[in-house]
Design a protein around this ligand. Structure first.
Ligand code: 5RP
Length: 232
């Protein structure tokens, strides 16, 4: 690895950590916290773990296998949506444009939508590369395995370019925490994410897509010189 690349990776990691730490400031005693997935949300879980260690009294609701394992490793008490409603959720995103997000880079967007959507407030944590003037990141769509071909056909008819997500270090496709497949669909620039999201939601066999529209309350953007917090 070249020194430049190491420097860049270190810089991005620091931006993610800053954004996560900024969002964690909003967590206080007695709160139920939705624990997001991905490398930026992981910084928030680790920070919450340290605060729990120092006496912070919270319960977490994980959005994925990864989040649950990390929370357990850091002795964060866990609960479920059956027992509690999250006061706040802290989660990452693959792209942020205004109040719209694309999520699902970790294939956890179905449970993320469930937990983030149930929370009174959703705080999104990203490094500055994730902010974009236009929403044009491919949209992850989780589908029942039997629905893969019909949904792929429908996504193409909607003007998208759907690609089944392949696993890394495993032959074949990614299988989600829910036992389903993920199709990443490039639509170019998405002008009306709420409309596109509603259309994808209506396709039989779709569990969830990665368009999160009007769900975020605050975006915490980690930059080289600090954190910008934007209210949505
Ligand atoms: C997982 C997600 C993640 O929050 C998103 O992919 C961002 O991940 P990272 O913080 O590692 O860039 O939606 O499904």
């Amino acid at each position: 690895m070249t020194e430049d690349r190491t420097n860049t990776e270190d810089a991005v990691r620091a931006q993610k950590r800053r954004a996560a730490e900024s969002a964690v400031e909003a967590v206080s005693d007695g709160m139920v916290v939705g624990l997001g997935s991905g490398s930026t949300a992981a910084h928030a879980i680790r920070e919450l773990g340290q605060r729990v260690d120092s006496g912070l009294d919270i319960e977490g609701i994980p959005t994925s296998y990864q989040a649950r394992e990390l929370a357990a490793e850091h002795s964060i008490p866990l609960t479920t949506l059956d027992e509690a409603t999250p006061d706040i959720a802290i989660d990452g995103a693959d792209q942020v444009s205004g109040a719209a997000l694309v999520k699902g880079g970790g294939a956890a967007h179905a449970r993320e939508k469930l937990v983030d959507g149930a929370a009174d407030r959703l705080l999104v944590v990203v490094d500055q590369r994730k902010e974009s003037a236009e929403l044009d990141h491919p949209v992850p769509v989780e589908v029942l395995p039997d629905a893969r071909r019909p949904v792929t056909r429908s996504l193409r008819e909607l003007g998208g370019d759907p690609v089944l997500r392949d696993a890394e270090r495993k032959s074949g496709p990614v299988v989600t925490d829910n036992g389903n497949l993920v199709v990443d669909c490039d639509f170019g620039v998405v002008e009306t994410p709420a409309d596109l999201g509603a259309t994808i939601d209506a396709l039989p066999g779709v569990l969830a897509h990665g368009l999160f529209v009007e769900m975020a309350d605050e975006i915490h953007v980690g930059a080289a010189d600090g954190v910008r917090v934007r209210e949505c």
